[in-house]
Design a protein around this ligand. Sequence first.
Ligand SMILES: Cc1ncc(C[n+]2csc(CCOP(=O)(O)OP(=O)(O)O)c2C)c(N)n1
Ligand SMILES: [Mg+2]
Length: 182
Amino acid sequence: MGPQQKYTISSWLGTMGCALPGAIAASQAYPDRQVISINGDGAFAMVMEDFVTAVKYKMPLINIVLNNRKLAFIQYEQQSAGQLNYAIDLEDMDYAKFADAAGGIGYTVTNKQEFAAALKKAYKVKDRPVLINTYVADDAPLPGQIVSSEAKGYTKFGTQYLAKKRRMPKLPPIKDIMRHFF
Ligand SMILES: Cc1ncc(C[n+]2csc(CCOP(=O)(O)OP(=O)(O)O)c2C)c(N)n1
Ligand SMILES: [Mg+2]
């Protein structure tokens, strides 16, 4: 971020769904500035009706939806607690079509080049919100440091997963897990 840029985030509480309403508020407070919201797909789905409000008030917000078709943070919280995953899958919803239907503009992108091109087009739109439905991988959101209770949880999860599915699950780097045991 540049020194002239501002951001808002629900960092300590980690509240889902604050990006879009926060962007609407930012757009009201700074009508002459470009506002961008960055949303998880699960989080966006909780507040997506607010996109219609942005259409109503002709707010040129750019909304990036990081679409991994799941609640990935919960996936890794379950694993670090030693549980097999449950209730984390989301529908592969076409958020770009939703944006179009709501009176905004929607793009779907699957790689960096497409993302850059969509962003370039989005910057030119001045009379309505844009949504970029951005497909992303569901790699582990690595903590700065894995604590020993998480290392034990990942080991328990990994053992159960291996026994059930007969293949290794995706895990944070094994060396970060193992150093808590030796
Ligand atoms: C209002 C609210 N409900 C539930 C949670 C618990 N929670 C934290 S992250 C998360 C999943 C987020 O999923 P998504 O927005 O798709 O982002 P991803 O982790 O997949 O990148 C949940 C349910 C929360 N932080 N806030
Ligand atoms: Mg997600």
